[in-house]
Design a protein around this ligand. Structure first.
Ligand code: NAD
Ligand code: MG
Ligand code: MG
Length: 347
């Protein structure tokens, strides 16, 4: 598979465009600041009265309403939450879109599941960093970047000397992505693998594993603090080793006792039944059922703060004993606070 690096991308294409970034959340703040510092003409597009307005201005960025920003832009990167994108698109983006403007996304959700149907004259591309927005920003500031995916859903740029793919690569370069490597995919592949990964492994899988391990130790009479360090804090130390050099690299660093226990017990925790469940999760994503379930839950909230399923689970997480003991222990680990990825005051 071809992987694109800095030398494969022409940053001047995106530097020659007016870019609107809709939303200033996790991804939005990262793209807006990274592109701005890469010499791109960026406007952050927000709702009137948005709490992000001040944060973006204080970062030295142009800010405007979505309607006004879209009117003047050659490329619109949609980084509002997936569940609001269709409404924002229909009410504020589409009516103000230049006929040949390029629509860009960082996740294929609304295009692939056909919630947003763009006009034939608009190109549609994706630049999707494979990491949290706060990491997209912090790695860029440190001279690095987050590996990213690009995809072209529609290229309507036949009258230009560059293609939609060239634009996606150029944007990825300005965002730091080509420093780490950019892979080309399709909207379908990105959407389905991204949803599967976050549900089965990265977010759903790992938090369920951590909680089950913690509960098992505490229920057996061990102290919550011990269980927290063993089952939550150490996950980062272990995954850092895995990310750096693969699974064998982690096995090299841990004791032989731990390595033996890994081979013995891993397959007892993640069994054939777990894989069956993973297959069902994947099928539920591929069929579009997951997308509809999620959007239906969101629709039941009138203030956009999450539907009943989302809210009850957020509350249950917040009050889980592992979060309570964690808050206490982390407050003593000053080094964790000195280099925070998430600071709700500024990002
Ligand atoms: P987010 O929830 O962090 O932020 C969304 C921002 O959108 C808010 O901060 C707000 O400024 C803005 N917003 C909300 N309603 C709006 C409206 N009506 N008009 C204009 N702006 C509005 O979102 P996010 O997690 O950064 O996700 C954005 C996109 O990036 C999604 O498509 C998501 O799937 C994708 N993505 C996110 C991550 C991630 O790290 N969070 C990673 C890869 C891809
Ligand atoms: Mg995702
Ligand atoms: Mg140990």
């Amino acid at each position: 598979m071809k992987i694109y690096y800095d030398d494969d991308a022409n940053i001047e294409i995106i530097q020659g465009m007016k870019v609107a970034i809709v939303g200033y959340g996790s991804q939005g703040h990262a793209h807006a600041n990274n592109l701005h510092e890469s010499g791109v003409d960026v406007t952050v597009a927000l709702r009137e009265g948005s709490s992000s307005w001040k944060k973006a201005e204080e970062a030295g960025l142009n800010v405007n309403t979505v309607s006004e920003a879209v009117k003047n832009s050659d490329l619109i990167m949609v980084l509002a939450p997936d569940e609001f994108q269709k409404d924002i698109y229909e009410s504020e983006v589409q009516p103000n879109l230049k006929p040949n403007a390029i629509l860009a996304f960082a996740h294929g959700f609304n295009i692939h599941f056909e919630k947003i149907i763009p006009a034939a004259s608009n190109s549609v591309i994706m630049i999707a960093p494979k990491g949290p927005g706060h990491t997209v920003r912090s790695t860029y500031v440190n001279g690095g970047g987050v590996p990213s995916l690009i995809a072209v859903y529609k290229d309507a740029l036949s009258d230009q000397e560059f293609s939609a793919r060239d634009v996606a690569l150029s944007y990825a370069k300005a965002n730091g992505g080509t420093r780490a490597g950019v892979l080309e995919t399709s909207f379908k592949e990105e959407t389905e693998t991204d949803l599967f990964g976050e549900q089965a492994v990265l977010c759903g899988g790992i938090t369920a594993l951590i909680k089950a391990g913690y509960e098992t130790l505490v229920e057996a009479g061990y102290s919550p603090e011990m269980a927290y360090f063993e089952c939550l804090h150490e996950t980062k130390l272990i995954t850092d080793l895995i990310q750096e050099g693969g699974i064998a690299n982690m096995h090299y660093s841990i004791s032989n006792t731990a390595e033996y226990g890994d081979y013995l017990s891993g397959p007892k925790v993640i069994t054939d039944k777990t894989k069956e469940a993973m297959k069902e999760i994947l099928e539920n994503i591929q069929s579009g059922n997951f997308a509809n379930e999620f959007l239906n839950d969101c629709r039941q909230s009138n203030d956009g703060s999450g539907g009943p399923f989302m809210k009850s689970n957020r509350e249950a997480t917040k009050t889980h004993p592992i979060e309570e003991v964690g808050r206490e222990l982390r407050s003593k680990m000053k080094f964790l606070n000195s280099q925070k990825l998430v600071d709700k005051e500024i990002n």
